[in-house]
Design a binder for this molecule. Sequence first.
Ligand code: NDP
Ligand code: HSE
Length: 440
Amino acid sequence: MTSPVRLALLGCGTVGAEVVRLLHEQSADLAARVGAPLEIAGIAVRRIGRDRGDLPVDPALFTTDALGLIKRDDVDVVVEVVGGIEPARGWLVEALRAGKSVVTANKALLAEDGGTLHDAAAEGGGDLYYEASVAGAIPLLRPLRESLHGDRITRVTGIVNGTTNFILSAMHATGAGFAEALEEATELGYAEADPTADVEGFDAAAKAAILASLAFHSRVSAADVHREGITEVTAADVASAKAMGCTIKLLCIAARGADGQGREAVSVRVHPAMIPVTHPLASVGDAFNAVFVEAEAAGQLMFYGRGAGGAPTASAVLGDVVAVARNRLAGVRSASESAYADLPVRPMGEAVTRYHISLDVADRPGVLESVAGVFARHDVSIATVRQGPAAGAAGAAGDAVLVIVTHTAPDAALAATVEELRGLDIVRSVASVLRVEGGL
Ligand code: NDP
Ligand code: HSE
């Protein structure tokens, strides 16, 4: 058999340890698939002395000198499962410029500065693969960067964060509030001790940027993504969604469309939204991920599976390792970054969708007319209005709750409507504003 393909593994935590385990358990199959054995040349970690259980690997392979490991002549492929921007960016640029192939799961880095990595790969002539960076085990990026290159993708709608999907699914199933559902997610190990990146939508926004870049052949970074998290979603919102035959999900939405000047552009956003329970994404429960892709010729495609966890993520990492190792043996590289379209990103104000607005108002004659007048002034058309008693102890006597669902309107028009509503003395508070996606 041909001489081995040698891997430098950067990181041996949740994902890295499973990569080691799978490399060991499947070594014969992997060698047969690649056409050469895959060998670990070294493993860079932060703490050499950390207890790594019964990991099937020679302890002498561990080092704290990641850069030294990357620079070794006997390293062909660098697998980065450390995370974060630096020092990972410096390491990967060094590896790629030196002509090594890189496999990474680092969504934060790809979303912040993927362009620098792609440029370094083009310079060095190696491959840059990152299937595990979005939706863990789900084969999604390869279809976007290869299988769908004969088609024109129009929209990508996804549930790409498992932690928030677990929380929202629990709120829907039990009627619990956000804090209670987050506590359950933490107890079960879904949410991290600091859940900010998940519940505030940063993790999903990074994934949205990666998906939009691939789907629309343009460089989109996390800074281009409009982001809202789920911390303000209440049990009352979930109950209202249910009453409308909907559920609430944290969606990432990347879509083609024309900008204010009629030029082709993309919009990329992450926010909680109501979707009808009949929508394919509505039944994605627990901590699962799913991505719904719409393309002109292919029509609608749905990708579903586990978006996180050591073994599922390692599966995606190893799939990439096999692909880049095969390429190295064949002396070729896969198609490089496709960013030729260079589409601009539209401001959120131009995004068009429907809205569910819940208002606490005074319950007296003329209130509905005044409220409707505000919507009319901003050219936002009302689809339905529902009035109910003011909620629980918070509701004062003589108050009511108005739930208004609109037809489609630009986000800027809705924002101006809400601002004017807040200034009316008959509006006690704007209790919530949620977008409604996926038709009703
Ligand atoms: P962990 O925190 O579990 O592991 C990180 C690893 O990196 C540890 O082995 C740590 O060393 C090592 N490390 C940290 N800093 C350094 C440093 N300066 N030099 C050398 N090694 C360092 O992370 P995960 O395995 O969970 O995640 C890894 C990557 O995979 C991230 O980019 C993440 O976003 C991505 N990812 C993770 C998923 C998951 O479910 N966990 C899902 C999809 C993607 P030590 O062991 O000594 O502490
Ligand atoms: N924290 C992420 C999630 C997993 O909850 O989906 C890694 O992408």
